[in-house]
Each structure stands twice: as structure tokens, then as C-alpha cells.
Ligand binder design. Sequence first.
Ligand code: G1P
Length: 290
Amino acid sequence: MTIRKAVIPVAGWGTRFLPASKATPKEALPLIDRPVIQFAVEEAVAAGISEVILVTSRGKEAIERYFEPSPELEAFLEWKGDSARLEQIRALSSLASIRSVVQHEQLGLGHAVLTAKALVGDETFAVFLPDDIIDAPTPAIQQLLDVHQRTGGSVLAVLRVPREEISRYGIVGGEECGPRTYRVRRLVEKPKAADAPSDLAIIGRYVLSPKVFEALERAKPGAVGEIQLTDGIDGLLEEEEVYALEFEGELLDAGTPLGLLKASVRTALKRPDLAEEFGSWLREQVARLE
Ligand code: G1P
């Protein structure tokens, strides 16, 4: 039951990052010195996934280029004798097999995943929403794959969120069936807090049965007029088991400028090459505020 394929939707406009995202895909914006997309691809690879399917749109070519070999840059680094960087650059193009499929119309996340149907075929696959970076000792997708191995069902990553944030997420309802694990009975995309089945919000990691494609083909536009992945998974419930796992790890939100700023600070404070100098500078900044 090895999972070989990951679908990573990167077709959105990234309006929250305008004007930067006018010419640079938001997934190519850096968290310090690594583009946001790299975290999802590396997490997939760490869990044994070898094929990445990017669902892209026009203007997102920089993401594909990032994972392609760059002979001129490699020759330059070799000439300079910068073997550390050379190794880093070479590793990028051999990380995984990366393919793309273009989503011509932006009809929602469910539609984006459906666009990858032919490339996924009839096998269980992972979905990563690259805005959600998860810093965890065991890669979050691996934690989900472990639940899939035990149950055979589809598995969603979830996190408890404060009431005022419920309407920003897909929310699941169900009963606890193991440590941090729930058997899902209902899914609602962006409900009002008063109508939500719980406070368990879907975070951007999924292990999905290929049956979800049929459910997505049946799905009608839902919240905000879009074909929602949440509704597709809800359509699976009649035929198959779906689980949710409260994963262990810290969620870093790279989907908004403020989130990316916070994620950058958290990451810098953990990086051995930056932590000390950045930490003392940050303490000075905080002292000025007080
Ligand atoms: C998407 C999903 C939603 C999920 C969220 C996690 O929403 O539709 O179910 O909770 O990602 O980040 P979006 O953030 O695209 O509005």
C-alpha cells in the first residue's frame, strides 16, 4: 500500500501577496532562502513519495523551473569551488519526478485536484496545500500515511481552532476512534461557527482514495461558489471510510504576508546559522517596543 504520488495545487492568483505575486508565484516566495513550495515537496519525499503532480496555471513557470537542472549555474558553482551550494542545487533537480497539469479555469480547490485525475490514476494519493507548512519531527504526511496503513481509509490532517477562526476552514465532525484520531461523519467548508460540527479544522494535508475523483465530478459549486475539495470528500463518506488526525507539529501559515513573516521569524530562530545573531537583534526590537 505504498503511496507514490502527491498532488500540489499551485494555480491560485495569490492575491493576498499582490503586488509581489504579480510576477512571482506566491509559492516561489521564500521562507528565508527556500521557496515555500520546497517545504511541501521535501515533506512528500521524506515520506517516500516519488512523484509530484503540480496543478499550475499560466505564469507559474518559475515553480517548475526551480526543480529543473540548471547546467549554467552548476558550472559556475563548480568553477567557484562552492561545493556545498552545488550539492544543494543538484539535489533539487533529483528530489522527485515532477510533472505539471494546467488548470485552465480557477474553479476551486476541488476542481484543481480533479484536474490531476489522469496523472494520478486509480491509486491512493496525497494532497499538499503548500501554504500550510508543518514543522514536525515526523513529517505530517507520514503521520497521515500511518493512519491510512492501519485503517485503509482516506485521512485528513486537522487542528483545533478558536471559534472565531472556524469560518476560514473546512470543518469535520465525527467520533474519536483512537489517540488524536476521528472517524469522520460530516464535512463542511467554511461554516459559520454556530453551524460547525466541531472545532476541528482541516489543514492542508490529505491522503485520498481515488474514488474522490468521482465524488468531485458530482460536486456542485459550494462555499464561495467554488468546487470544494471538502465537498468531494464529504461525497466519499457514503461509500468509504474517512479519518481525521490531529497531527503533532507546528503549523506555519505561509498563505498571508503576516503569516509568512511570522513563519520566517520562527524558522530563523531555529536555524543554527541564523538563530544567535537574529535572536539578539529581535530582543533589541522587542525591548524598543516596551
Ligand atoms: C482550503 C480548504 C479548507 C482547508 C484550508 C486549509 O481553504 O478548502 O477546507 O481548511 O484550505 O488551509 P482555503 O485556505 O484555500 O480557503
